[in-house]
Design a protein around this ligand. Structure first.
Ligand code: GAR
Length: 198
């Protein structure tokens, strides 16, 4: 798993693995942020956790960093890469190394509000319903095939903070469910469409 922040989605997935709800193991946790919550949570659970410096760019990994991430993931023999609040865009060599095997959670109903602070974008736009999306990662920004989505109503008295909290709670239900389905081989990808076989 890869993340840059608090790691609450990591916790939801690690708890689901520990409870036997996801037939998989978390092989390694990597972060581009040294003091991130996700690394702390992983270490509390005695899982391999590693900080890899991202290099000179702000929104992507530089070449050395990309190579180091790919090597760490290949050495850990991962089958699936789960992005949980990883705030850098993955590019060419990384995507090619793990094509079709990277998933992400995003805090909006894609294709609405890609990019940063999507809950704020939703609030500012005045939509009545937003939510979260789990999707495969491709070369676009928050653009790959959608695995599943969960809606969250926008309330009249919502602040960015209160809406973000409810979206987070929805992510913690949706993401483990999607990862479990992938681990069980229950989803098939047909172009942009993801079919749930069960
Ligand atoms: C989540 O809300 C996730 O959807 C978002 O970062 C948060 C990470 O929270 N990801 C993105 O915006 C990616 N474009 P967490 O560290 O508590 O799991």
């Amino acid at each position: 798993m890869l993340g840059s922040g608090k790691g609450s989605n990591f916790v939801a997935i690690a708890d689901a693995v520990a409870a036997g709800k996801i037939p998989a193991q978390i092989a390694i946790v990597l972060s581009d942020v040294e003091n991130s919550g996700i690394l702390a949570h992983a270490r509390e659970r005695n899982l391999p956790a590693q900080f890899i410096p991202p290099g000179k760019f702000r929104t992507k990994l530089d070449e050395d960093a990309e190579r180091a991430f790919v090597k760490a993931l290949q050495d850990a023999k991962v089958d699936l890469i789960v992005l949980a609040g990883f705030m850098r865009v993955l590019k060419g060599d990384f995507l090619r190394a793990f094509e079709g095997r990277i998933v992400n959670v995003h805090p909006s109903l894609l294709p609405s509000f890609p990019g940063l602070e999507s809950w704020k974008q939703a609030l500012d736009h005045g939509v009545k319903v937003t939510g979260c999306t789990v999707h495969f990662v491709d070369a676009g920004i928050d653009a790959g095939a959608i695995i599943d989505q969960q809606t969250v109503p926008v309330l009249d008295n919502d602040t960015a903070e209160s809406l973000h909290q409810r979206i987070h709670a929805a992510e913690h239900e949706l993401y483990p469910k999607c990862v479990a389905a992938i681990a069980r081989g229950e989803i098939a990808v047909q172009g942009r469409k993801v079919i749930w076989k069960k």
